[in-house]
Design a protein around this ligand. Structure first.
Ligand code: CMC
Length: 393
């Protein structure tokens, strides 16, 4: 009852107070718990950032060691989860498997569905998810190519272990390339939280009904999968490849993106909140140059096309008027590709990075005892009418 105002897409509606991530779209500022994203991307590790987001402050060395040890202890998944993998057709998109298995964790840890878990029990539920996600994520890839699923190696850190499970084989010794591990660490940090975006709002909304962490994050993974959200990173690389196949003429694709009769959008461009630049894109663009150089990729046609596209769009009135800039997804795929990660896995990487943010936001929502999320509507359907027997319709 009372007034209902409609705000499609929640463009001007705040749903919560939050102390996790600060974002100023006009100034291009992003901070986790007050720390600028530029400093974290340069100096921190992904697990340290996860700790920061979830617990609110940077850990001391002993706190970080204890946290890393706990996460490392829980990297194995139940053997029955392997069996679930084998039930998926090999054509299944890895995001579908990731969300399904994340939800299936409730079956292996039934206590996680109890909304009255103690703080220690909630913490164990959180640590398990952080620990198992890289294993599950890497297995979605191994399963898709029909290769044996590699067990985690607890002598490796979070990023290196993920890379080992992605690219290692039981038959040979695997050496983690430090350039690759560093790049992955940076990308995961840059994706770790982004306040009330579509997937995070989904996690909070689902969790507001007292649904489990695993169920809530599983829903968030599906929200992230959409091409307007995290799925854009796969779309960007496929778009760049299409431009390359087409002869590399970016102007044709810019014209298509501007044509209102054509549903095509320049993937990796535009953002709901950033109207000046996306600070993450700036860091990733620089990282793309560095990583390609360090890996000895001297000629990347896709990077060249991406830069041309950016240049052309930034000087085009259509994009200027609408304040459309490259977003986080524009250059990330170029790095992922250089690291040897196939494009179907790009959004999985995004999910792996966003996980600490989802967890922190779910935990904050619970600790703040927020009410169940339940938007209203304005009804525009039929007025009351009488039921008509089927033979008289
Ligand atoms: N290419 C061409 N035109 C665009 C684009 C684009 N990528 N993005 C927005 N526009 C136009 C849009 O057509 C509209 O024009 P008009 O005012 O003439 O109708 C105007 O710009 C405003 O766009 P909007 O769709 O109303 O803006 P929004 O805030 O609802 O959508 C967005 C934001 C990110 C969904 C959108 O910019 C988009 O679809 N971008 C491409 C997909 C993408 O890269 N997504 C990743 C987002 S960042 C990371 C993440 O969330 O995962």
């Amino acid at each position: 009852t009372g007034y209902v105002t409609i705000d499609p897409g929640y463009k001007n509606t705040g749903a919560t107070k939050s102390a996790i991530t600060f974002l100023d779209g006009e100034e291009g500022i992003l901070r986790y718990r007050g720390y600028p994203i530029e400093q974290l991307a340069e100096q921190s590790s992904f697990l340290e950032v996860a700790y920061l987001l979830i617990y609110g402050s940077l850990p001391t060395q002993s706190e970080l060691d204890a946290f890393s040890n706990r996460v490392t202890k829980h990297t194995l998944v139940h053997e029955d989860i392997r069996k679930i993998f084998s039930g998926f057709p090999s054509s299944t998109h890895p995001m579908a498997i990731l969300s399904s298995i994340t939800c299936a964790l409730t079956g292996f840890y039934p206590e996680s569905i109890n909304p009255n878990q103690t703080a220690e029990q909630v913490d164990l539920t959180i640590v398990r998810l952080l620990a198992k996600m890289p294993t599950i994520a890497a297995w979605t890839y191994k399963n898709s190519i029909g290769h044996p699923l590699s067990y985690p190696r607890n002598d490796l850190d979070y990023c290196a272990n993920f890379l080992y499970m992605m690219f290692g084989y039981p038959t040979e010794k695997y050496e983690v390339n430090p350039v690759v591990a560093r790049a992955l660490n940076k990308l995961l940090i840059l994706h770790a939280d982004h306040e009330q975006n579509c997937s995070t709002s989904t996690v909070r909304l689902v969790g507001s009904s007292n649904a489990s962490l695993y169920g809530s994050v599983s829903a968030g993974i599906n929200a992230l999968w959409g091409p307007l959200h995290g799925g854009a990173n796969q779309e960007v690389i496929e778009m760049l490849e299409a431009i390359e196949r087409d002869g590399g003429d970016t102007s044709k694709f810019i014209a298509k993106a501007k044509d209102k009769e054509d549903p095509f959008r320049l993937m990796g461009f535009g953002h709901r909140v950033y109207k000046n630049f996306d600070p993450r894109a700036k860091i990733i663009k620089k990282a793309a140059d560095e990583v390609l150089q360090e890996l000895g990729v001297t000629n990347s046609p896709l990077l060249k096309i991406a830069k041309e596209l950016e240049e052309a769009a930034l000087t085009d009135q259509y994009f200027v008027d609408r304040k459309l800039y490259p977003n986080v997804d524009f250059y990330s795929g170029i790095i992922y590709k250089a690291l040897g990660i196939p494009s179907e896995m790009f959004t999985v990487l995004f999910a792996l990075g966003r996980l600490p943010g989802w967890i922190a936001q779910w935990k904050e929502m619970r600790e703040n005892k927020e009410p169940i999320g339940r938007p209203r509507q304005i009804y525009v359907g039929e007025r009351e009418r009488d039921y008509v027997a089927i033979e008289q319709r």
